[in-house]
Design a protein around this ligand. Sequence first.
Ligand SMILES: C[S@@+](CC[C@H](N)C(=O)[O-])C[C@H]1O[C@@H](n2cnc3c(N)ncnc32)[C@H](O)[C@@H]1O
Length: 203
Amino acid sequence: MIRIEGILVSKGQGGVYSEKMIKGHRVWDPYRSKFAALAMIRKDVDLLPSQKVLYLGAANGTTVSHFADYVECVYAVEFAPRPMQDLIVVAGRRKNIIPIMGDATRPEEYAPFVEEVDLIYQDVAQPNQAEIAIANLPFLKLGGEVILMLKTRSVDVTLVPKDVFENTLAELEDAGLIIKDTCWLEPYHHDHACIICEKVSKN
Ligand SMILES: C[S@@+](CC[C@H](N)C(=O)[O-])C[C@H]1O[C@@H](n2cnc3c(N)ncnc32)[C@H](O)[C@@H]1O
């Protein structure tokens, strides 16, 4: 990742949203983007020019646009019509964002438009976040990673966040994923955990 004086940035053309610029680079704000928060907490996290990414929960494309500054291509799935309109505008200004209006719980609907990817990045505030990640695993190459941004309050507001986190880890492991790293996104995003896991088998 590129940092200027400790600030996370990306290289593309600015003016996508109200992002600040530093020395010609786009500031990637950890308080607005969970991936940026992760990159501030885990300095070894990286995005590579060779990577293809399936991004679930693209919203209006702010984080997607930063991903696109780093990677080869982003398949950006969003199901809400209003943010989708913004996402289409963002994608129109980049050559490597494929906006897909689709429901991440129904990957079969967008399967014809998505190739095998190196990384699945998921940021959907839904009760069944682990289930959604698992349903999208057929797109992930062997050895590829899932980065799940878990909003614990969306899974079950009556449970303590740590229990939701543990239950989610168990669900992912039951699906055959290997947990490689986890962290909480404090102080940037409250009650959000990041789970990074690897696909090690085809099933
Ligand atoms: C927390 S926001 C994502 C923010 C975005 N990742 C960013 O960093 O800019 C969650 C998004 O997921 C979308 N979403 C929720 N459930 C979804 C589903 N089943 N399929 C596709 N998108 C979904 C919502 O409409 C919302 O835009």
